[in-house]
Design a protein around this ligand. Structure first.
Ligand SMILES: NC(=O)c1ccc[n+]([C@@H]2O[C@H](COP(=O)([O-])OP(=O)(O)OC[C@H]3O[C@@H](n4cnc5c(N)ncnc54)[C@H](O)[C@@H]3O)[C@@H](O)[C@H]2O)c1
Length: 253
């Protein structure tokens, strides 16, 4: 199995892409720290990991809070004994036109998506550097980190910043054998996007936006995350990979 004897910490592990990543890593032999602001959802993922035969530690965390993030890393190390991989999947998104976007909402989205990625990555990277055996960090960017999407100014800004932070961390951590990359999904069906699927007209627009003619399921994104966390990706760092059914390849006429 690809991740035998590995320990993986996944923020946002209680739902969607983070949950799918936890289960995929467990299937490949890893023990998992399931971190989420929703302890109940993290516990549900942890139970599924245990059913797959792997160890799971539930970590209740608010990724916007430095003390909470420090406690998460300490509890992960106490429960799992080591960490090899961090997946930053905790995220939130607004749908509000730029002209009406309240500053508080701007701050909320930036706090989770950008500050959270910074805080968790820094805390885990400090541990990885001290341990001296390298490691991998995978960030959740988005096609909204590579291109604008209407009515999502804070989300788009936060995901562009995640792409930049990914490059910066890769640059500064490469000599420590820590690889940092990001994945940039198109629309994935999760609780973040569930409201899109209430309306036939929105579903039709989603299909048209993706040349593949469909959206993704979280398990498909987890496979790319697993590859980037594996030794097969040891020479890949600082990169952001669209996984978007062709969304970023170009627009139709
Ligand atoms: N679903 C999509 O279409 C899509 C597309 C591109 C990128 N992404 C990104 O993928 C990541 C996962 O999204 P998802 O679709 O799985 O969403 P989701 O809502 O299903 O899961 C996000 C998780 O993050 C957790 N979270 C939110 N705020 C937190 C905080 N302060 N501290 C700790 N945990 C917190 C939530 O409780 C939730 O469990 C996000 O970064 C998102 O921006 C999603």
């Amino acid at each position: 199995m690809r991740f035998d004897k590995n320990c993986v910490l996944v923020t946002g592990g209680g739902s969607g892409i983070g949950r799918a990543a936890c289960l995929a890593f467990a299937r490949e032999g890893a023990d998992i720290g399931v971190a989420d602001v929703s302890a109940a959802n993290a516990e549900a993922t942890a139970q599924a990991v245990r059913q797959a035969g792997r160890k799971a530690v539930v970590l209740s965390v608010d990724v916007t809070s430095p003390p909470s993030v420090q406690a998460m890393v300490q509890q992960a190390l106490t429960g799992l004994g080591q960490l090899d991989v961090l997946v930053n999947s905790a995220g939130v998104r607004e749908i509000i036109p730029f002209l009406q976007l309240p500053f508080e909402e701007w701050q909320r989205v930036l706090a989770v998506n950008l500050n959270g990625t910074f805080l968790c990555s820094q805390a885990v990277a400090q541990y990885l550097v001290t341990r001296g055996q390298g490691g991998k960090i995978i960030n959740l960017a988005s096609v909204a980190g590579l291109s604008a999407v209407p009515n999502r100014a804070a989300y788009v800004a936060s995901k562009h910043a995640v792409v930049g932070l990914t490059k910066e961390m890769a640059l500064e951590l490469a000599s420590k054998n820590i690889q940092v990359n990001a994945v940039a999904p198109g629309v994935v069906r999760t609780s973040m996007t569930e409201s899109y699927f209430d309306k036939e007209s929105v579903m039709e627009r989603l299909k048209q936006a993706h040349p593949a003619g469909r959206w993704a399921m979280p398990e498909e994104i987890a496979e790319l995350i697993l590859f980037l966390a594996s030794p097969a990706a040891d020479f890949i760092t600082g990169a952001t990979f669209p996984i978007d059914g062709g969304f970023m390849a170009g627009k139709g006429l």
